[in-house]
Design a protein around this ligand. Structure first.
Ligand code: FE2
Length: 308
């Protein structure tokens, strides 16, 4: 099933008073929200997490990207491999679906393994990495790391990706040549890499250092696990791609996400965001954090098309 999100986009309004910090302060995180969901709705949310898989299409038209350069990108975000909803068979299904899009470039946005409560199937790093290693694209497959990778086993994730020859862009950029049309693919270090305390983090992100790697005028695509960096991304970057939020993961009908892991609440929770001419697309991701439930945000793979 495909959702075409390329039509005029509506930015979700920031919910009044429901910021992450306030919810954390009151002791009500995503797990608490899930605990409030009625049992029948929770059962549905478990099914939605495990069964629905959509491809969401975007056709952004950023000023910094030449119309004449058509580029397709498949975005795989927040895999969180681990049962019940993202066991190895499901990871295979995701990889098959991503590969079937036959994009020019594939990017993988971090948070590779499940760390939520209620894991029923442990998927070893070598197993999910072997599946991701099947991904092939004309211009390559690139990755970044997420906060869960840093918090729980960053060395293991690095080794697993190295083992299947998927490069990690960490405050780094590569100049790709697409049949004579060049562009930069940059990847930011994780913004929440070190937990210092409740709601206190120290990142390993270095946006100035990353941008300093860009030494020509060619267009730039930036990969950032968390979308919050967007407020600092200069117009020089044509498109920022992000994940991390899971679109709120549990979203009740007609309401903004109850909880979003962002300092900006729902502002960057999901979708195509355009601010001051700068473009960002935030994936709702594939797996789950905290609890293996999703509601109103089906697991998705993004297909982004730039250029005419
Ligand atoms: Fe994350």
């Amino acid at each position: 099933m495909s959702i075409d999100a390329s039509s005029p986009l509506v930015q979700p309004a920031r919910p009044s008073g429901l910021t992450r910090r306030r919810l954390l302060t009151s002791g009500l995180g995503l797990a608490g929200v899930a605990g409030l969901v009625m049992p029948s709705m929770a059962a549905y949310a478990a099914v939605e997490a495990a069964k629905d898989l959509v491809v969401t299409n975007y056709r952004p038209v950023p000023l910094g990207w030449p119309d004449a350069h058509r580029l397709t990108i498949t975005v795989v975000a927040d895999l969180h491999a681990g049962g019940p909803n993202m066991g190895l068979a499901r990871v295979r299904q995701v990889v098959d679906a991503a590969q079937a899009l036959d994009s020019d470039l594939i990017v993988i946005m971090g948070d590779y393994f499940a760390t939520h409560r209620f894991i029923t199937e442990h998927v070893p790093h070598a197993a999910w990495a072997a599946e991701l290693g099947r991904l092939k694209a004309r211009l390559g497959v690139y990755s970044i790391l997420g906060n869960h990778d840093w918090w729980y086993d960053v060395a293991g994730v690095r080794n697993a990706l190295a083992g299947v020859h998927i490069p990690i862009l960490e405050n780094d950029a590569v100049l790709l040549d697409d049949r004579g049309r060049r562009f930069w693919l940059a990847g930011l270090g994780d913004q929440l890499a070190h937990r210092l305390g409740p709601s206190r983090f120290e990142g390993v992100d270095d946006l100035p250092g990353t941008l300093a790697r860009i030494t020509t005028d060619d267009p730039v695509i930036l990969l950032a696990h968390e979308p919050d960096i967007f407020t600092q991304v200069p117009p020089r970057v044509a498109l920022t791609l992000a994940g991390h939020t899971h679109g709120g993961q549990i979203v009740l009908p007609f309401l903004p996400p109850l909880w979003t892991p962002s300092e900006y609440g729902a502002r960057f929770a999901y979708g195509h965001i355009v601010e001051q001419g700068r473009h960002m697309i935030v994936s709702g991701g594939l797996g789950c954090s905290k609890v293996p439930l999703r509601l109103g945000v089906p697991p998705e793979i993004l297909r982004v098309t730039l250029g005419a």
